[in-house]
Ligand binder design. Structure first.
Ligand code: TXA
Ligand code: MG
Length: 333
């Protein structure tokens, strides 16, 4: 089983960084906390290390990995920044924004990490992971630390329950404060295109750039641009029913806000994503509550309507994937 070391343990962050570097140096993946979700990190320049990420997750290799950097200066050694992307990096890094950029010719990021594309997805995370990258000195490729087909982990316990038998080390940094994955955008020809809604609201990107962000024209269009979004699916075992206005007695309910709905008192389980109607709080709870509801063995999980603004856009994106008809779910990352 994986060793779990907490940054709150004696030795603190320094001991956790030392332990993580030992695993990275052995060309093995290590699970680490980021502000969005836990990542499964390995040296982005090392083909053996990257291969073990794909193997550990059962992830298809055509699906590129996000390369995490310590800061903008490190990112500029690996990618070519246009002025809009640089502005976004200055405003939102460190933080939950991934920029897809042309790969620099000088970059030693391995083609296995980018799935052979001439672009690279880069983000500068907050907190422990940035400190680890600074100490290690090289970019870390890291997808979410879950097996293909499962919801992303937002606690070390989620990671351990899923991948604990397959990895050496989980660094426990507590629950992830954002709770959904990073927003992914690509700037092309002076336009900002959304490839995946996430932890930075689209409205904030529009405010920072003064530009309207272009969303995918139809569901699934993003698949071509962000290969991992292709029919990707956050699959609980229970069926997921969105915009519920009533809940049945054999279902769990993910509530939102202070109002109630018909059947609430008889539901098998009620978990409120945010009683205050706060979308940031709801994002923090989303994956943990989906897992918790699923673990009760209910036939279905009903979800009350969530406003589609701010972080609600990322929440609804993940919920729609979770509710996708079975058999069409395809690959999750
Ligand atoms: O918050 C996050 O982004 C988390 C944490 C660990 O950083 N990571 C994450 O990684 O969600 P993953 O592998 O689960 O999702 C990465 C997404 C995939 O949809 C992938 O296709 C897309 O990023 N991606 C990576 N590189 C790309 C590229 N060059 N062009 C287009 N899409 C890319
Ligand atoms: Mg993922």
């Amino acid at each position: 089983m994986a060793r779990v070391i907490s940054i709150g343990d004696e030795g603190g962050v320094a001991a956790a960084i030392a332990a993580a570097i030992t695993v990275l140096a052995a060309r093995r993946p290590v699970a680490i906390p980021t502000e969005t979700v836990y990542g499964l990190a390995a040296d982005a320049t090392d083909p053996a290390a990257i291969t073990s990420i794909y193997e550990t997750k059962g992830r298809p290799r055509f699906n590129p990995l996000i390369c995490h950097m310590a800061d903008l200066a490190m990112a500029e050694r690996h990618a070519v920044f246009d002025p809009i992307s640089r502005k976004l990096a200055e405003v939102f890094w460190p933080g939950p924004l991934t920029l897809v950029l042309p790969l620099s010719k000088a970059s030693d990021i391995h083609a296995l990490a980018t799935a052979g594309l001439d672009s690279v997805g880069i983000r500068v995370p907050l907190g422990f992971t940035a400190s680890l990258i600074r100490a290690y000195g090289k970019p870390l490729a890291a997808p979410s630390a879950n097996s293909s087909g499962l919801v992303s982990p937002t606690t070390a316990a989620h990671v351990d329950a899923d991948l604990g038998g397959r990895i050496d080390l989980v660094v426990d940094g507590g629950p992830c404060p954002v709770g959904v994955e990073s927003t992914i955008v690509k700037v092309e020809g002076g336009r900002v295109r959304l490839l995946r809604p996430g932890g930075v609201p689209v409205e904030a990107i529009e405010a920072a750039t003064g530009l309207a962000v272009e969303r995918p024209k139809a569901a699934g269009t993003a698949a071509i641009e962000a290969p991992g979004m292709m029919a990707s699916h956050y699959a609980p075992r229970a069926g997921v029913r969105l915009n519920a206005t009533e809940v049945f007695s054999d279902e769990a309910l993910l509530a939102f806000g202070s109002g109630g709905i018909t059947g609430m008192d008889d539901a098998r389980l009620v978990l409120n994503l945010s009683a205050d109607g706060d979308l940031s709080e709801a994002a923090t709870h989303l994956f943990a509550y989906l897992k918790q509801a699923d673990a009760t063995g209910v036939v279905g999980i009903a979800v009350m309507p969530i406003p589609d603004t701010g972080l609600g856009e990322a929440i609804n994106d993940r919920l729609v994937r979770a509710a996708a008809p079975r058999g069409l779910e395809g690959e999750e990352q």
